[in-house]
Design a protein around this ligand. Structure first.
Ligand code: C2E
Ligand code: MG
Ligand code: MG
Length: 569
């Protein structure tokens, strides 16, 4: 990767400035044009005339001290990545600057500064990535890219207008929330491509069955929402729902497969069920969930007395509690494969809720609720024990080398009692603890860095390994990670997905891998779905991969079959 960058170095100590210039000039893969100034004022003057790629700054300058230096620079040049160089005594302040949005900080000892070139490459990659992302987001501001339907922003805007108009007259407004029954299963069996096609066809069918004056929006993966801006009577909304049901009577065809699909719907009416957009949408949704629970392929009207928020919560809470007691949770295992040997070296345990009516529910849909109501602790304990039991079975079957990755939730690391519980679970696994990798997402680490770092050191002293999950989606300050006792970095699948299409993502991934290796960390790329991605990651010296290309997360017996034929193409 050959880079040519214009760098503004703000450093009043000539010796420090000299060291930094020397390190940058020694870098072979990039050429840096370095402009050095000694004060904030001089920097501001220079930045008026020049567009620099990165700013490297000391926080304590003759005319500005501490965080003020960073804040001034950031407010004037919010799009330019800023890297802080700091003495050890000012580390807390540098860290605060990172929390406020600085790209990274480096300590002014030689080991700290050595990684500067890589930090810069990473900074540039990330800046370009964010710019692309911003453009994309602007484009998506009002429309759904998959179906071409107006998106939520436009929907809410039109609903607000409709409510304002209705206030001045006698008519009603109606919102209908629609959810496709069992869409998840279709997605899982036929793949996401087919799932996307089906969503497009569905959107067209719904649109065709309704008058042109309706606004239709895809509100979530398989959820749609409809606005009827002028309604004289509730039964008009019910008739509209009937039309939608009729449009689902004929089967859908995707990839030459015939698919029969049901829908659940919920209706809310202005002014009875809500006087603003937010409550009308929420209540239509609540009614839709009721319909789904009552029986598939049905529709319910919301009426304010029917289901208060508390009741809804209680329903979900209870069924999740029961799920745990009745053994409705299951653990699936997704292989982690070594890119050098092509062999499976471990598995990530991923929990699912096997719902009697809805089928398998993904953890993203119930872990947040479980966290909120304190259920995540017994759930994690159950996952922990089940998966460790599974690891023992692997050992008995001759796969004693396999590691086991377990996901840890934020609340587990925030209370003394829960930390104790996790420690006793780890202790119970005895010598197997060496094969356990605890995965924490980046934002969990950053919440209370000092306390979490201490806890992680204790886990590590017991023998467990620590992995940072979904890396790249949070603070992304690699040198900041040095304070945590990490062993593994898992690159988020967002970056892997674009690897073959987007040069900036590729640059970020190479930078993450190089940085991680310089910190002696192992790198696992998540969400590898194609052979091309695998090849690129192998060329980039990534250590391991995980993703649908090797296998989806599967039940324990299927995982055993995979183990027996583990080899890469
Ligand atoms: P995670 O730890 O980042 O897990 C990886 C997620 O990516 C899994 O989703 C997995 O099915 C999905 N995935 C793997 N390979 C691919 C791929 O090639 N393409 C795509 N599109 N996706 C892929 P899943 O199972 O839905 O889990 C979501 C998250 O839920 C996990 O993210 C983890 O943070 C959390 N979670 C899962 N199990 C547990 C658990 O037992 N306890 C706790 N606390 N959290 C859990
Ligand atoms: Mg994970
Ligand atoms: Mg992950």
């Amino acid at each position: 990767m050959n880079l040519s960058l214009l760098i503004l170095l703000i450093e009043d100590d000539p010796e420090d400035a000299h060291i930094i210039q020397r390190i940058l000039k020694a870098e072979k893969n990039a050429s840096y044009d370095i402009q050095t100034v000694h004060s904030l004022k001089a920097a501001q003057e220079l930045l008026k005339t020049k567009d620099v790629d990165v700013i490297i700054t000391d926080l304590n300058l003759p005319d500005s001290k501490g965080l003020n230096t960073f804040c001034e620079l950031q407010s004037l040049f919010p799009k330019t990545p800023i890297v802080i160089v700091s003495h050890l005594v000012d580390e807390e302040m540098a860290l605060e600057a990172v929390r406020k949005g600085a790209q990274d900080y480096l300590l002014k000892d030689l080991r700290g500064l050595e990684i500067l070139p890589r930090v810069l490459r990473y900074a540039i990659g990330r800046k370009k990535y964010q710019e692309n992302l911003r453009q994309h987001i602007n484009y998506l501001e009002y429309y759904d890219s998959l179906t071409g339907l107006p998106n939520r922003v436009l929907f809410v805007d039109r609903l607000n207008q409709a409510v304002t108009q209705a206030r001045g007259s006698n008519h009603l407004v109606s919102v209908i929330s629609i959810d496709l029954d069992n869409f998840k299963r279709i997605n899982d069996t036929l793949g996401h491509g087919a799932g996307d096609d089906l969503l497009k066809i569905t959107a067209r069918r719904i649109a065709k069955s309704l008058p042109e004056t309706c606004t239709i929006t895809r509100i979530s993966g398989d959820g749609f929402i409809i606005l009827l801006s002028v309604v004289q009577h509730t039964h008009e909304a019910v008739e509209t729902a009937d039309k939608i049901f009729s449009s689902f009577k004929d089967p859908f065809y995707v990839n030459d497969r015939e698919i029969v699909m049901g829908v659940s719907m919920g209706i809310s009416i202005y002014p009875d069920d809500g006087e603003d957009a937010e409550s009308l949408m929420k209540n239509a949704d609540t009614a839709m969930h009721r319909a789904k629970q009552a029986s598939h392929n049905s529709c319910q009207l919301y009426s304010s007395s029917m289901n208060s928020k508390a009741l809804e919560r209680l329903g979900l809470e209870n069924s999740l509690r029961h799920a745990l007691q009745e053994g409705r949770l299951v653990v699936h295992y997704q292989p982690q494969t070594d890119l050098k040997t092509g062999r499976i070296t471990g598995a990530e345990a991923l929990v699912r809720w096997n719902h009697p009516e809805l089928g398998l529910i993904a953890p993203m849909e119930f872990i947040p609720l479980a966290e909120e109501i304190g259920l995540v602790v017994p759930i994690n304990e159950w996952v922990f024990e089940t998966a460790v039991g599974q690891m023992k079975t692997w050992t008995q079957e001759g796969f004693g080398h396999l590691c086991l990755s377990l996901n840890i939730s934020g609340p587990q690391l925030e209370e003394e009692l829960l930390i104790k519980q996790l420690k006793s679970l780890l202790a119970k696994t005895r010598e197997d603890v060496k094969k356990i990798q605890l995965e924490l997402s980046e934002h969990v680490l950053m919440k209370r860095p000092n306390m979490i770092s201490k806890t992680l050191r204790e886990f590590k002293a017991m023998g467990a390994k620590i992995a940072i999950d979904d890396f790249g989606t949070g603070y992304s300050s690699l040198s900041h990670l040095k304070r945590f006792p990490l062993d593994i970095i898992k690159i988020d699948r967002l970056f892997v997905r674009q690897l073959t299409r987007n040069a900036d993502d590729a640059a970020i991934v190479t930078a993450i891998i190089a940085m991680a290796h310089s910190l002696n960390l192992e790198v696992i790329a998540e969400g590898v779905e194609t052979y091309e991605q695998l090849e690129i990651l192998r060329n980039y010296q990534c250590d391991k991969i995980q993703g649908y290309f090797i296998s989806r997360p599967v039940p324990a017996d299927e995982f055993m079959k995979l183990l027996k034929k583990s080899a890469l193409p």
